[in-house]
Ligand binder design. Structure first.
Ligand code: 13P
Length: 334
């Protein structure tokens, strides 16, 4: 796989006014989302729900790619078209979550490390054959008393870089996601310091391991107040702090940065992205790779009447995609 092809895929993921929809919840995680709205976590319900999302009319106007889960990339529409093929026909790049989730980091109470490197080369080869052209690996950094430690930050960065190098070897664009969790009572300054340390470590590891930044996308968390912090930073402060933190750590050669929503409410996530783009021009394209902030309204509506609300739920998915697509251009009219 040539550098040019990887760079082309990375550029396509952050094409102007487009972003990624993350629908790569593991079976356990989608089970939690389903349980909250009273849907049974069966294979058929998971398939039908992912079909609803992926077949949203005109989705590709604002969506460049969708991240799937191992089960989903092997599933098909009701008419029997495998999802990756259906997506390719719509001009939406198929992506795949390839990490195997987090486990406690031995020796570091309260901290997590992401697993999934063993056998990854072979799994990537299979995913490429199934149609995937980009991948995602999520590391989780928790803010708390005396954490994160430098060790936790570094081991997660090392694993992200190993994953990214393997992806590029197999022709997939790595989306590297070091998520700094919003959980906790910390203030925005603490989030800034932690995010800065995490991104410094990550880009150091990517450099050490010969990862081509032209063919890499960063999936970042925003610099934001902890959920339980009594003083919540406003939209402008989040936008300015996040941009400052990214500018000091992320090389300009990277084609794009997409944000996760991380539990922010839908409109807030859109407003933050819009505000950052209005502060531009920025060195890289800033777009979205939202999961919950793209899906939660649609899931709630669908759950009320799975047969009759399907089209209305798709209208909600489209509305979120359009709003975030406009925010990626700094043209959202909240
Ligand atoms: P959220 O936008 O719900 O945080 O999900 C994005 C994602 O893919 C996290 O890995």
């Amino acid at each position: 796989m040539s550098i040019e092809q990887l760079a082309e895929t990375a550029q396509a993921l952050v094409a102007p006014g487009k972003g990624i929809i993350a629908i790569d919840e593991s079976t356990a995680t989608i089970g939690k989302r389903f349980a909250a709205v009273g849907i049974d976590n069966s294979g058929e319900n998971r398939r039908a729900y992912r079909e609803l999302l992926l077949t949203t009319p005109k989705l590709s106007e604002h969506i460049s790619g969708a991240i799937l889960y191992d089960e989903t990339i092997r599933q098909a529409t009701g008419d029997g078209v495998p999802f990756p093929q259906y997506m390719a026909g719509q001009g939406i790049l198929p992506g795949i979550k390839v990490d195997k989730g987090t486990v406690p980091l031995a020796g570091y109470p309260g901290e997590l490390v992401t697993e999934g490197l063993d056998g990854l080369r072979e799994r990537l080869q299979e995913y490429y054959r199934l149609g995937a052209r980009f991948a995602k690996w999520r590391a989780v950094i928790t803010i708390g008393e005396d954490i994160p430690t430098g060790t936790c930050i570094d081991v997660n960065a090392h694993a992200l870089a190993r994953y990214a190098a393997l992806c590029q070897e197999q022709g997939l664009v790595p989306v590297v996601e070091p998520e700094v969790l919003m959980d906790g009572g910390h203030d925005i300054e603490t989030c800034y310091e932690v995010t800065e340390a995490v991104l410094r470590s990550l880009f150091g590891s990517l450099y050490d391991q010969n990862v081509l930044l032209e063919g890499t996308i960063l999936k970042a968390s925003m610099v934001i107040s902890g959920k339980d912090c009594p003083e919540q930073a406003d939209v402008q402060e989040v936008a300015e702090s996040t941009l400052m933190c990214l500018k000091t750590t992320v090389p300009a050669i990277l084609p794009g940065i997409v944000f996760l929503s991380g539990g922010q409410d839908d409109e807030r996530a859109t407003a933050h992205l819009d505000a950052m783009n209005r502060l531009g021009p920025n060195p890289w394209t800033l777009s979205f790779s939202y999961g919950r902030a793209m899906q939660q309204a649609a899931l709630q509506l669908w759950a009320r009447d799975m047969e009759n609300n399907l089209r209305k739920a798709q209208d909600l998915v489209y509305a979120r995609a359009r709003a975030n697509g406009l925010a990626a251009l700094g043209q959202w009219q909240g």
